[in-house]
Structure formats: structure tokens, C-alpha cells
Design a protein around this ligand. Sequence first.
Ligand code: PGA
Length: 254
Amino acid sequence: MSNRRRFIAGNWKMNKTIPESRSLAEKVREALDGFDAADVAVCPTFVALAAVADALRGSRIALGAQNLYWKESGAFTGEVSGPMLVAAGCKYVIVGHSERRQYFGETDESVGRRATAALACGLYPIICLGETLDERKKGVTFEVVKRQMGSAFSAIGPDAIGQVTVAYEPVWAIGTGVNATPEQAQEVHRFLRGLLADKYGAAAAETVRIQYGGSVKPDNARELLAQPDIDGALVGGASLKAEDFAAIVRSCTA
Ligand code: PGA
């Protein structure tokens, strides 16, 4: 187990209306009342950010968004900028989620631009990457994540590295109920930390939190989080139930 402070984030994806989001946020807040052994964030849809910010005000649970565009404002129909997210109360923003890459044409390059834009306005990006099943079967997992890391971090300097979270999310484990084994995840996490060490030095790499994502549930969280380079989780499906999400967060206790 590492001594980095754990970080659990809930990615609500395209789920929950505004009132439903508010209610889920209230339940998560209640379920985690008094808990301070890890950093926690929830990431609702854009339209629910204000309501969830309101529901979480004064709590230790932070707010995150699921994406951002790299321009500050202008004629970019349908996009939302970093400064808008900051004004809505966000601390974090997810970038490069595999669903964005798979269904919305995001590339390694656009993910890098989003990550850099997030940092420029003071947001803490959660940079997602991970191989597909096909890539794992072909034995190119390390090559793929190395390429994804290279692009995502290409414009991130050493001063900003402390603001970044990496989320390793093997595509084959997302929403499938088949999580990576703790050993499979640890192997990639260690490799990613090595890449960070090559670029930013070992000391800086030791401070970066690397979350695992992909079918994290209350019953597998503890053993995943026990791995030396797994510093938290990005939780999809299980974050939509307050009790399950709270149980995952609580598995962060020493
Ligand atoms: P899941 O999603 O927990 O439902 O597998 C994780 C994610 O996509 O971030």
C-alpha cells in the first residue's frame, strides 16, 4: 500500500436528471459524513453541476466534470470551457475517458489539449487511458498506454504535475463486471509511474495518484487499493448507488 492519500471519484456518465443528481449527491454526502481518510469527488453531467455543487457545499466531497473544451469561450456550439467549470464549482475534470475516445472521436492529441487547458485554468485533470481487449490480446498494452501518456503529458510541465491524476481504465473492464485483477492493474500502474519518473523524476512521480477504473465494486475495491501503485479508483456504475460508492470510499481506510 502506498502512502499517497487515496482519491476516489464517481463518474456518473450520462445518468441522472438534475433532481436525481441532487438527491444522489445528498445521499453520498450523508453516507460519508465525518469520513476524511481519502479525497472524494463526484462527476455529474454538465447540467447537474450547479445543483450538485449546492448539495455538496460545506462538505469534503469535491465536484468534477466529465469533459471540457480547450478554448475559453467563443463559437464552439455544444462545448463547455474550463473557466465555466471553475465558475460552476468544479475542482476536477475527467479528460480522455475511453467512451469519449470510442464514441466522440477524441484522439490522443485532443486529450492532451484538454488536459493542458484544464491545468491552465486551475482545474485538476483526471487523465484516463487504457487498452482495448484486442490490444491486450495482441500483447501491446504497454505500448498503447505509453503512447497515450506521451500525448496527454506532452505539454504538461513539472510545475503542474502535482495537479494531475491518472486513471488507468482498461476498456475491456469498463461496465463489463470484469475488473482487471489487482496484479494486472498493478503491473500497468507501476509501468505508468515509471514513465512519469522518466519525464519528471522519481520524486515527482511518487506524488502522482494513479486511479484504477473498470468495474470497481464494494467487494473488489479493497484488494485493488491494497496494491502499491493503485492510489484510488474512478468508479462508474457503482457510483450511482450512494451505499456502494460510500462502501468503496470506506475501503480506503488504512
Ligand atoms: P465502471 O466504469 O465502473 O462502470 O466499469 C468506470 C469508468 O468508466 O470510469
